[in-house]
Design a protein around this ligand. Structure first.
Ligand code: GDP
Length: 298
């Protein structure tokens, strides 16, 4: 186990006594430890650089009571800066579901990121918390197993599922889902797009064509928090091609420190809306910047 950042910073400030403002020298010594802690938490290097610069600006001149654990006070400064960088500690940005029904939510992401599981989790959440009638549809025409997986999940959580028509193209399924949504009085249609092992032109073209049909209110990128830097690169590439509205980070119940969250937010500027915290259908938490900041700091 690594020492916590508080312990490390405690060591640096142990020799200081009295009360005073943090000098550049104090802050720079602390920043070396902060930089290591962020890198160990899997925050990407360019993001670490930018974040530590902001922390430096905030910390210099800050008043600390040196007799009383100044290390902890500096950790608080860092913690607050991370919370701001993760989107602040207000209520998390929820889903935008207002407007003429049916409202489409498009799920995008690489294969294995947890996209299908998250589609089902969202369907359950919207049904229960927003009291809306939800239709789930799988557009993963290349992997019949993925379609069946979503169907099974829909049965498990008791949410409607658009019947599978073998051989139909993804854009045609999207059209069918939206028209079923309209005709059958659904409020929300969740479209689970095909996941691939890597981003390719065909995948992006297809996702774009689906978006043109469904005019989604939300286009959510699902990414695996444990893949760290890869998840960040994926998010950046998707966001170049598809107008994403938010991110969902899965496997936050794993033993990663969650630095990918900070990197993704920083690189894409998109809000992280939810965190996947288990394999179960209710394992989806609203994003909480404070909790994630605490975890990054260890
Ligand atoms: P997809 O290929 O992106 O659709 O990925 P799946 O939804 O099939 O998920 C892949 C695996 O990850 C499955 O075994 C899921 O149960 C699991 N999974 C998804 N989200 C989470 C999560 O938040 N935590 C954990 N522990 N497992 C998850």
């Amino acid at each position: 186990m690594f020492d916590t950042l508080t312990d490390r910073l405690g060591g640096i400030f142990d020799t200081l006594t009295g009360r005073g403002a943090l000098s550049e020298k104090d802050v720079d010594a602390a920043l070396r430890e902060i930089r290591v802690a962020l890198l160990e938490a899997d925050v990407a290097l360019p993001v670490v650089k930018s974040v530590t610069k902001q922390i430096r600006e905030r910390a210099i001149g800050e008043d600390v009571i040196r007799a009383v654990a100044p290390g902890q006070q500096v950790v608080k400064i860092v913690h607050d800066a991370l919370v701001d960088l993760l989107g602040g500690d207000g209520a998390p940005e929820g889903l935008y579901l207002e407007g003429e029904p049916p409202i489409a939510i498009l799920m995008a992401g690489l294969q294995g990121s947890g996209k299908t599981t998250t589609a089902a989790k969202l369907a359950k959440r919207i049904t229960e918390q927003h009291k809306k009638k939800v239709l789930l549809a799988s557009l993963d025409t290349r992997r019949p197993a993925a379609m069946e997986q979503l169907q099974q999940l829909a049965i498990q959580i008791d949410v409607a599922f658009l019947p599978i028509v073998p051989g139909q193209k993804a854009v045609d399924i999207a059209k069918r889902a939206m028209s079923a949504g309209r005709l059958q009085g659904f409020d929300v249609v969740i479209l689970d797009t095909a996941g691939r092992t890597s981003i390719d032109e065909e995948m992006m073209g297809e996702a774009k064509a689906i978006a043109d049909i469904a005019h989604p209110h939300e286009t959510l990128l699902v990414a695996d928090a444990l893949t760290g830097q890869d998840a960040v690169n994926t998010a950046a590439k998707f966001h170049e091609r598809l107008p994403l509205t938010g991110l969902v980070l899965t496997r936050m119940d794993g033993d990663g420190r969650g630095g990918a969250a900070l990197s993704m937010r920083h690189v894409t500027g998109l809000p992280i809306k939810f965190l996947g915290v288990s394999e179960k259908p209710d394992g989806l938490d609203a994003f909480d910047a404070r909790r994630v900041a605490g975890r990054i700091l260890g």
